[in-house]
Every structure is written in structure tokens, then in C-alpha cells.
Design a protein around this ligand. Structure first.
Ligand code: ZN
Length: 181
């Protein structure tokens, strides 16, 4: 469990039932909850997207959609450039993935995103029936888990905490830079 658990306080469990954090004793998890090297590989690709956002002064969150071990869509946060509060990394990549597949459902896909999705994106991921979500940093303030894990499609598997430190550090660096301005 990371430092963020202590932020929760009052004995609230760190995770909802459908999100598991990576820990050393994770090998007994049911399928879909196991963090693999492949997860880290694709999370690094999502981090590259987040770095793109950072460079153009957008909140540094990146995402990729993987289908059959192949990246079919990439996206990063574009809320400033598009002047659109809905232009989150996940929304960009869901749209691009559906376009790539020629169908709106992403049942056989995994979305990798550097920060826990917000409720808006969790709602969109539910509509897309995404097969699996892998996120990096936990977001106690704006993440969907504060609303409740039931937002997602019941069949969607979720893993959180993959490359958590790298994903969180990028966010911290961004807001530190903003405060210094
Ligand atoms: Zn979002």
C-alpha cells in the first residue's frame, strides 16, 4: 500500500472492491488482477503520452488502448488546447480506439491510463464496455472510486498502481511548476 492510503484516514479502505493495488504478494489474485511486465510496458507508453501533455502545459495524463497486444489508440489530456473540459486522455483514446476498430464497444481492449479515471471517464468507459482498465497513480480527490466502484461495467477488470510513482511524480512536477509561476 502506498502513502496515499494514509490520506484516506478514518479507516476507509484504500481500494474499492474492483480495484487492486499492486503489492508484492499479488500472485494469488484472480486473472485480470495480476500486474504483469506487459502492463508496465504499456503503462510506459501511456507515460510517454503524459509527457507530451506536460510539454505543452496540459495536466500530464496519458492513455493508450491495447487490443490483442497492440496499441490501437493513444491520447493525452487536451483540455487547454481544445478549451474543452471533457478532453481527458481517456476520452481521446476511447474515441480513437472505436474509430480504429470501426465499432463503439471495446470489450476486448485494455485502457492504460497514468492516473485513476475521473467519474466522467469511468462513465464513458462503462458505455464502451471496456474489458480492462490499468491505471497508474491513485487519485483520492478526483478519481471515480470516491463515487464507488459500481460505475464501471460489471465485467470490467481493474488494476491500479502500475508504475504509480512515475505517474504521480509527473503530476507533482506539473503542479509544482504551476505554483512557481
Ligand atoms: Zn476523466
Amino acid at each position: 500500500m502506498g502513502d496515499r492510503c494514509s490520506d484516506v484516514g478514518s479507516g476507509t479502505p484504500c481500494l474499492s472492491s474492483d480495484a487492486e493495488q499492486r503489492d508484492p504478494g499479488a500472485d494469488q489474485r484472480p486473472e485480470g488482477m495480476i500486474v504483469t511486465n506487459t502492463d508496465e510496458h504499456f503503462m510506459r507508453q501511456a507515460l510517454k503520452e503524459a509527457e507530451q501533455a506536460f510539454k505543452v502545459d496540459e495536466v500530464p495524463i496519458g492513455a493508450v488502448v491495447v487490443c490483442g497486444d497492440r496499441i490501437i489508440a493513444r491520447g493525452h489530456n487536451l483540455t487547454e488546447r481544445l478549451n474543452d473540459v471533457t478532453a481527458h486522455a481517456e476520452m481521446q483514446s476511447i474515441t480513437a480506439a472505436a474509430e480504429h476498430l470501426g465499432g463503439k464497444y471495446l470489450k476486448d481492449c485494455t485502457l492504460f491510463v497514468t492516473v485513476e479515471p475521473c467519474p466522467m471517464c469511468a462513465g464513458a468507459l462503462q458505455w464502451a464496455r471496456i474489458g480492462r482498465i490499468v491505471f497508474g497513480a491513485f487519485d483520492e480527490k478526483s478519481g471515480y472510486r470516491r463515487i464507488g466502484g459500481k460505475m464501471l461495467h460489471p465485467k470490467t477488470k481493474v488494476v491500479g498502481g502500475v508504475l504509480e510513482a512515475e505517474c504521480a511524480d509527473l503530476m507533482k512536477a506539473f503542479f509544482k511548476k504551476k505554483r512557481a509561476l
